[in-house]
Design a protein around this ligand. Structure first.
Ligand SMILES: Cc1cc2nc3c(=O)[nH]c(=O)nc-3n(C[C@H](O)[C@H](O)[C@H](O)COP(=O)(O)OP(=O)(O)OC[C@H]3O[C@@H](n4cnc5c(N)ncnc54)[C@H](O)[C@@H]3O)c2cc1C
Length: 379
């Protein structure tokens, strides 16, 4: 298994219960990605963020879990649940051990095309631990490595804008609680939940200017709220962001694309196309909430099929087609088949299985784990 996030940990726990021999490799520490957005409050209640079996197992072992309805921050979730879960997997998890590449021992990608004979050859994983690199073999690989380590760049069309690389020191990518920005000129880019979180956090401080660049045309209310949203935390966030968009605190730039960045004596000059016009703003910091994309290089030597649009698992992407960012609680149940690839024994689970889509929920990944382990046992 690759990745000790919520889904990799659950996959390891469940596979062990089914008496499989398991190794879980994690690039950083346990719950590395969740900890990176540790200050942010989750929108799903704790009871949805772990499996009933894992909760029962931890309680049996004497761990005190938060009430199911509690809304935790990422760090609280990691402390109260993911770390204790990892403790039950001692000897299974190897932290600070990134998987650098995966292949089949002795087979190239182009060997045995769509041929079941590939299944008779074990997987080979190149793993780095400290200075040492080694090959580890496995019969089945579950890629639960998420997307969080690959934020998308700022430029128009999804590539870096000219000057973006040179301006890295002033740009923060991803999702996090914004640091102190009193007196700063700030630009937020993006229109997802992370952008809303960032915007609300920044507006609560006293930035000298707060710009918000959104790629698509924006109506009165940038965020469509879900009627009677079963996740009230999510609804409150979107309502606050909508109110900010109409307030004088935020200068909304939409529809906007970032054409270039350059550092001048005045600060970071950002040239944008806004509704067809060239607009230039000068800022001190950019917060890029432009989403994430999976690392496809990890499995490049396998016969893996991803969606040409979302980069999610191909069959799952087809199933999700048309469900453009609505209520993620209503995501269809994905059978193991949708998480499989032409490469036998290889599955993409968790956030990575959704590719660039932002509507993945931990609860969905927990179902994936059970479905995939059932399929592995049937094979
Ligand atoms: C701000 C924010 C708030 C969120 N709130 C919610 C919420 O309320 N409810 C919800 O359901 N979801 C929420 N999500 C989505 C949530 O992050 C995911 O649902 C969840 O973390 C996905 O779990 P995962 O295990 O698939 O991936 P991750 O949590 O990203 O874990 C992947 C792990 O793999 C490791 N890894 C990556 N590459 C390698 C490699 N090559 N080798 C070894 N290890 C590797 C990473 O270090 C990481 O630890 C939120 C996301 C963000 C950004």
């Amino acid at each position: 298994m690759i990745g000790a996030g919520p889904i990799g940990l659950e996959a390891a726990r469940a596979a062990l219960r089914r008496a499989h021999e398991v190794q879980l490799f994690e690039a950083g520490g346990v719950a590395e990605s969740v900890r990176r957005w540790g200050d942010i409050r989750m929108f799903s209640p704790f009871g949805l963020n772990g499996s009933p079996e894992a909760f029962a197992q931890l309680e049996r072992q004497g761990f005190q879990l938060p009430p199911p309805e509690s809304i935790l921050t990422g760090a609280e979730y990691a402390d109260a649940f993911l770390e204790p879960l990892a403790e039950t997997l001692t000897g299974i998890i190897r932290t600070n051990s990134p998987v650098l590449a995966v292949t089949r021992a002795g087979l190239n990608k182009e060997d045995y095309i769509l041929d079941p004979r590939r299944a008779s050859v074990p997987f080979s994983l190149l793993v780095r631990e400290g200075e040492r690199e080694s090959i580890v073999q496995a019969d089945v690989v579950l890629d639960c490595s998420g997307n969080f380590q690959n934020p998308r760049p700022l430029g128009i069309g999804g590539i870096p804008a000219p000057g973006e690389r040179a301006a890295q020191a002033a740009i923060r990518y991803g999702a996090f609680h914004p640091p102190e920005v009193d007196g700063f000129r700030v630009l937020v880019v993006g229109a997802g939940h992370s952008a809303a979180t960032m915007l609300c956090g920044l507006a609560a401080q006293r930035p000298a200017k707060l710009f918000w660049a959104v790629r698509k045309p924006v109506a009165d209310h940038p965020y469509a709220r879900i009627p009677d949203d079963p996740l009230p935390e999510r609804d409150q966030l979107l309502a606050r962001a909508n109110a900010l968009a109409r307030s004088s605190t935020v200068q909304l730039l939409a529809p906007a694309g970032i054409r270039s960045l350059s550092t001048t004596g005045e600060g970071l000059e950002v040239a944008l196309s806004v509704n067809g016009r060239l607009v230039t703003v000068v800022v001190d910091r950019i917060f890029a909430a432009t989403g994430f994309r999976p690392d496809l290089g990890l499995t490049r030597e396998l016969q893996v099929q991803t969606c040409w649009a979302t980069e999610g698992a191909h069959k799952l992407a087809a199933l999700l087609l048309g469900e453009a960012g609505g209520d993620c609680l209503k995501a269809p149940t994905a059978g193991a088949e949708t998480l499989s690839h032409p490469e036998p024994g290889f599955y993409t689970l968790g956030m990575k299985s959704y590719g660039r889509r932002s509507d993945f929920l931990i609860r969905t990944g927990l179902e994936q784990v059970q479905n995939v382990l059932d399929a592995v046992e049937r094979a």
